[in-house]
Ligand binder design. Structure first.
Ligand SMILES: [Zn+2]
Length: 170
């Protein structure tokens, strides 16, 4: 089932999500729906709070919405930031029609479990590392625009204000 993706400034996106204590059938269904929604919206990652569920669950497929080859589900992910800092361009399904460059670590150490409670521990680099940092931020109520420089953020805010005003007038 395709889920509705919340967009900034929805206050639900600013909340910190709860740890998952048990993999219920509802959580399995949610993960499957999140993957479907991510593909439909042309994304490579999606976090549960973006569909209004404040739990620590993320899905990622770096092969993209065309290939759909590597869907991955991470439950209660935690990251250790390693590697160098690097600049990369990011976008977010909750911040439509906007991309900008951000500084992130180029390597992370991920600890999580999968939907069968198997432990996952892996080192991710480059796009995978950036995507994990972006999705895990969602679990703490942080959007990539919250990590931009103050100048970039104020330009974005002004743009959004204009956009919301124009929508209201329609
Ligand atoms: Zn996002």
């Amino acid at each position: 089932m395709i889920l509705e993706v919340l967009t900034h400034p929805d206050p639900l996106l600013k909340q910190k999500s709860e740890a998952i204590t048990e993999i219920t059938p509802e959580i399995r269904t949610l993960a499957a729906d999140m993957i479907e929604t991510m593909y439909k919206q042309q994304g490579i990652g999606l976090a549960a709070p973006q569909v209004g569920k404040q739990i620590r669950l993320i899905v990622i497929d770096l092969s993209g919405p065309e290939l759909k080859e590597e869907p991955q589900v991470f439950v209660n992910p935690t990251l250790e930031l390693i590697g160098e800092k690097q600049k990369a361009e990011e976008g977010c399904l909750s911040v439509p029609d906007y991309r900008n460059t951000l500084v992130r670590h180029d390597k992370v150490l991920l600890k999580a479990t999968d939907l069968d409670n198997n432990k996952i521990e892996l080192e991710a680099s480059d796009l995978f590392a950036i995507c994990l940092q972006h999705e895990c931020d969602h679990l703490d109520g942080i959007l990539f625009i919250d990590r931009m420089s103050r100048l970039k953020r104020s330009l974005y805010d002004a743009r959004l204000k204009k956009q919301l005003k124009a929508e209201k007038q329609q």
